[in-house]
Design a protein around this ligand. Structure first.
Ligand code: SD4
Length: 341
């Protein structure tokens, strides 16, 4: 790219970053609106649609991306029918629901909670860690004590359905965490997951607000029937989520161990910084996982989702079946990510 073009692009994006949504529409020349597709919110899986709707209420009023992503992911956190996030999430092998979440704003501020029990909205605790403490991560009982001290209510997150499913699993599972297979790869005859439940489906959400600023959130109950204390990629800044307001953001879903090894979300943001499109960057991320262990990669699912500062988005996954939801002024749509296998 010529230096002149680079300068023009960055000055267009730079000026948009200080405009509000209304001013943005009024801005002349219209190159700003043509370059930036904002506000926009994207999130993992089909249930991202309902979560995006929550985020959109804030974004369409010119609200901040950080507020939007927090409000958005609180929706599946409170949805008991979603057995992989928040309330109603499948427990670990001891029957305990332990939640992982993190959040990141446009200033590299971030907050995270790991293996948090009894709190319906771990994302809001993560935000409080970010805003009210000098720390980034609180884990386990410390995270719970912090939440309780800050007005969060202690609740039983294990619903009758998830308890029932866990007990069914215990009958045949030999007290081992389940193999990490989901969607169409899941084979009930080999892996006794009750009722064909998917093993894991985190929500990762990225938003760019009307001012052109990014925010991201990621929240999950993690891998079903995991060993007590296991933490996945979702609350690990740089693995399950990363936001760099100069470049964009990325998030991950799937087998967290694979994502942590390659520091997935940060890798994808850096690849976008080097000029890759969001989809190409996500593809490079999944290829990195394959390179490490081509045999294992065939058995697990990992999906990456990313968006750049122009509001271009894309995703890629290992196995077929990873979907993501988009909400902008142009569309409200669920896309299926391309896959390697
Ligand atoms: C984890 N990455 O705990 C999460 C689970 C997940 O789609 O994303 N499932 O490993």
């Amino acid at each position: 790219m010529s230096t002149r073009r680079k300068f023009l692009q960055s000055s267009i994006i730079g000026s948009a970053a200080v405009l509000t949504g209304e001013k943005l529409l009024a801005a002349k020349p219209l190159t700003v609106a043509a370059v930036l597709n904002n506000p926009i919110v994207i999130s993992t899986w089909d249930f991202g649609k309902a979560a995006n709707a929550g985020a959109w209420e804030i974004l369409q009023k010119g609200g901040r991306a950080l507020d939007a992503v927090e409000a958005g992911v609180r929706i599946p956190e409170a949805d008991e029918s979603n057995q992989s996030i928040g309330y109603g999430g499948l427990p670990d092998r001891d029957g305990k629901v332990t939640l992982d979440a993190c959040i990141m704003d446009e200033f590299y501020n971030c907050g995270s909670v790991m293996a948090l029990e009894h709190i319906m909205h771990p994302i809001s605790v993560a935000r409080m860690v970010m805003e009210k403490t000098p720390h980034i991560i609180l884990a386990g009982d410390g995270a719970l004590q912090f939440a309780l001290a800050n007005g969060f209510k202690k609740e039983n997150l294990l619903t009758a359905k998830s308890e029932h499913d866990w007990k069914e699993w215990l009958k045949t599972a030999k007290y081992e965490p389940v193999k990490n297979i989901e969607n169409q790869l899941y084979d009930k005859t080999k892996d006794p997951m009750p009722g064909g439940i998917k093993n894991h489906d985190t929500i990762g959400m990225l938003a760019m607000d009307a001012a052109g600023n990014f925010g991201g959130a990621c929240t999950t109950s993690g891998m079903a029937y995991k060993i007590h204390g296991r933490v996945g990629d979702s609350p690990v800044i740089g693995a399950g989520l990363y936001v760099d307001n100069e470049v964009g953001g990325a998030t991950a879903t799937g087998v967290g161990e694979e994502v942590i090894r390659i520091v997935g979300a940060h890798l994808i943001v850096e690849l976008m910084r080097q000029g890759l499109s969001p989809e190409a960057a996500c593809k490079e991320g999944v290829e990195r996982i394959i390179k490490r262990n081509p045999i294992k990669a065939k058995e697990v699912q990992v999906g990456f989702l990313a968006m750049n500062k122009k509001g271009e988005f894309g995703a890629y996954c290992l196995q077929k079946g990873f979907t993501y939801a988009v909400r902008s002024n142009q569309e409200e749509k669920i896309y299926t990510a391309p896959s390697i296998y």
